[in-house]
Design a binder for this molecule. Structure first.
Ligand code: ADP
Ligand code: MG
Length: 703
């Protein structure tokens, strides 16, 4: 019995209650899970700060101070009870605060004794305080440091903060190590370890939790990142070679009449260079004899629809049918209208099928489809149903990829004897490196150029103190007949305070922009659905000048007359979200503006984000930067709460080099031994299955 498979509850210091918490909060249920819960960063515990040298700049991370207890106090009653300990060193004083576990803390401190205190500092009226810090008598802390200065910081959650904070995690791993030591089997063949300079798995796991030196920590990180990226690549490369070798693709040998007529006489504008390039890429795929599986990325408004249409015409010219699937009814109908209008009287037969298509009409469409009398069918998920039978489906376009995962793509394949070519389109920029890692079974095309004549949105950053200037600018724009969005952040963890901000902000706006001259409406999650719809309708119809909203408007609103997007507390939004919000304006002929409002105090990272927004409107550059600023853990969060790939340690934006090595290794092995049947590779199957890609990937969630 492999001790790594043991239930975590049997590890000393865990037990039933904590095991349940660990499972619920972090998905940890076995010893192996716990071992693979890596620190997300390390601090040097030999560094001890003086209270006097700490300031706002320190509030983003953990630090240590060494101070003497000078007093204690209780505040509040019942659930709001709070316990404070006052400490001081020769340079200043600080307050340590507990809201929970007060009884336990209370008796652990002696007045006058010196402690090492570890936690995240905050400042309140320029007084230093720390909430729920870890505290150890000085003698004990110092003796531990002599072993090694680097200590891992583990991610925990609010619910875990008492007893299972970062120190609790550390203790559990200490406790379980003795039972797994010597039992960690390395699945990596010796020759690969030599070739890529990888330390053993056991050494790596030991040093990731208990770094014996900075150099060993580096090697441990390299080994574990390599494993992760290699595991993913083993899957991706298997999928890819299966597709390339086994899936015979339809050959669209000729460029025929519809394509030429459309291109030469009906196209309402010259294509951009990027659109032409993508069409060429698709054309190459569709004559290659292999089935195409291509991801087309292009920012909102970059002109993906026409590329899709031209590609579908290629299929039609070669005697195949094409279909185009959109995530919503509205989008499907919009596409249908666009396509019908663009094609005009060319004689290409187009139909639309959605969930609300009337039974009678549906019957007619399904019949015609089966008889081959429809060339292009536009629709929603309804196209996936079994009763939708084509006579000769050759090309499929999936727009926006919301919830069309690997499995659904597979369902489309059964609609003809051979799988059709598939073009997946998304407006959410995915950095190339991430795309290569996560969607490596797809080829990627990018439209990185907007049609000419678009006026780039002007973006500026104001501090809250410039609010009067902002209001002045808003009045000017309204006087010119324009409309304005004001967006407030709404985050689950701070929902109450966020709504309070929004309400306060709304009240202030109504006061400064009074009726009858100005009309202000609001739209947020607390409102009834009808009320939300009504205020959206008013804004769309131009009956309101200002819409105050939470980030719900991020999706799907299209009001060309809105030219100003004001984002409140912009420092709290991620880059991708800011970019999406900004995309709500700049849809009409008038110059548009995005105004980022923030507090004067900004962390380095927030400042970088806001600066980047002001500098560029290029979604891809922003996405790359976003990925660099955020850790690997955050990528999980954006990929359907970790459903896609479990990046625990690698960051595909930063670990480019390792990614390339891992890819190279995977290709070499699979070329020699495609099914991992050789004895030396047999153990790699475990690694491969851990990173299996047989999951639905939700592109819409990648931000
Ligand atoms: P998206 O990539 O967001 O789906 P659309 O395909 O809806 O973008 O195109 C946005 C708008 O740009 C449409 O009105 C379309 O007609 C127009 N458009 C597309 N390509 C060009 C081009 N090459 N030149 C000018 N306008 C274009
Ligand atoms: Mg589109």
């Amino acid at each position: 019995m492999n001790p790594l498979n043991n239930d975590i509850k049997f590890v000393s210091g865990v037990g039933e209650v904590r095991a349940k918490l660990l499972a619920r909060e972090l998905g940890i249920s076995t010893v192996r899970d716990m071992l693979y819960h890596f620190p997300f960063r390390y601090i040097d515990r030999t560094k001890i700060y003086k209270i006097g040298e700490l300031n706002d700049a320190n509030t983003t991370g953990y630090i240590q101070i060494r101070a003497r207890v000078t007093g204690k106090n209780f505040f509040g009653e019942g659930r709001r009870r709070r316990f404070s300990i006052y400490v001081a060193d020769e340079t200043g004083k600080a307050e340590l605060v507990w809201f929970q576990g007060i009884k336990w803390v209370e008796n652990r401190f002696e007045l006058g004794r010196e402690y090492v205190i570890f936690g995240r500092p905050t400042f309140f009226r320029s007084e230093l305080s720390m909430v729920h810090p870890e505290v150890e008598p000085v003698e004990k802390a110092l003796s531990r440091q002599q072993q090694c200065g680097l200590q891992g910081i583990y991610s925990t959650t609010e619910q875990l903060s008492t007893g299972l904070g970062t120190k609790g995690m550390y203790n559990i791993i200490c406790n379980l190590w003795s039972s797994v030591k010597g039992h960690i089997v390395d699945y990596m063949p010796q020759y690969l370890r030599v070739k890529y300079g990888l330390i053993s798995l056991e050494e790596a796991l030991y040093n990731i939790h208990f770094p014996q030196s900075a150099a060993l920590l580096k090697q441990a990180q390299y080994r574990l990142k390599f494993d992760e990226l290699f595991g993913i690549q083993l899957n991706i490369q298997t999928l890819r070679s299966a597709r390339v070798s086994a899936q015979a693709g339809f050959v669209f040998a000729k460029v025929g009449e519809s394509f030429n007529t459309f291109y030469n006489t009906r196209l309402p504008f010259p294509l951009t260079g990027a659109q032409k390039r993508v069409i060429k890429e698709i054309r190459q795929d569709t004559v290659s004899g292999c089935q195409m599986n291509r991801l087309l990325q292009g920012d909102v408004g970059s002109g993906k629809t026409v590329v899709a249409l031209i590609s579908m015409l290629l299929a039609v010219d070669n005697g195949y049918q094409a279909c185009m699937m959109a995530p919503t009814e509205i989008l499907a109908r919009q596409h249908f209208a666009t396509i019908v209008k663009m094609l005009g009287d060319m004689g290409v037969k187009v139909a639309v099928l959605t969930g609300t298509t009337k039974v009678r009409e549906r019957r007619v469409i399904l019949e015609a489809l089966k008889e081959g009398q429809i060339d292009i069918l536009v629709g929603t998920h309804a196209l996936l149903e079994d009763r939708v039978q084509f006579s000769n489906l050759g090309f499929v376009v999936i727009d926006e990829q919301h919830r069309f995962g690997v499995e659904q793509r597979a369902r489309l394949w059964t609609k003809n004897n051979n799988p059709p070519h598939i073009l997946v389109m998304t407006a959410t920029p995915i950095p190339r490196t991430l795309a290569m890692t996560v969607y490596g079974d797809l080829d990627v095309s990018i439209i990185d150029e907007l049609p000419p004549g678009r006026r780039p949105i002007k973006t500026v950053h104001y501090y809250d103190s410039a609010r009067l200037r902002l209001f002045g600018f808003m009045r000017e724009q309204i006087a010119q007949g324009r409309q304005i969005y004001i967006v407030y952040p709404l985050i689950k963890e701070s929902e109450k305070a966020d709504y309070a901000n929004l309400e306060e902000g709304f009240a202030a706006i109504v006061q400064d922009f009074p009726l009858p001259k100005y009309r202000v409406s609001a739209c947020h999650g607390k409102m009834k659905a009808e009320d939300k719809e009504e205020s959206m309708r008013q804004f769309k119809a131009g009956e309101a000048d200002i819409l105050v909203a939470t980030s719900v408007i991020e999706v799907g609103v299209d009001v060309p007359n809105a030219t100003v997007m004001v984002i409140e507390s912009a420092e709290r939004f991620g880059l991708a979200q800011l970019h999406q919000l900004r995309g709500r304006v700049g849809r009409g002929a008038n110059q548009s503006f995005c105004i980022l409002m923030s507090d004067e105090k900004l962390s380095k990272e927030s400042r970088t984000r806001l600066e980047a927004m002001c500098e560029t409107t290029d979604g891809f550059r922003l996405a790359e930067l976003d990925l660099k600023l955020r850790g690997a853990g955050d990528i999980n969060g954006t990929l359907q709460s970790g459903e896609a790939f479990n990046f625990k340690i690698a960051n595909p934006a930063l670990d480019n080099q390792i990614l390339h090595l891992a890819q190279q290794a995977a290709i070499a092995i699979l070329t020699a031994d495609p099914t991992l049947a050789e004895q030396q590779h047999y153990s790699l199957r475990e690694l491969k299955s851990r990173y299996s890609t047989e999951r639905d990937i939700d592109f819409s969630k990648i931000s």
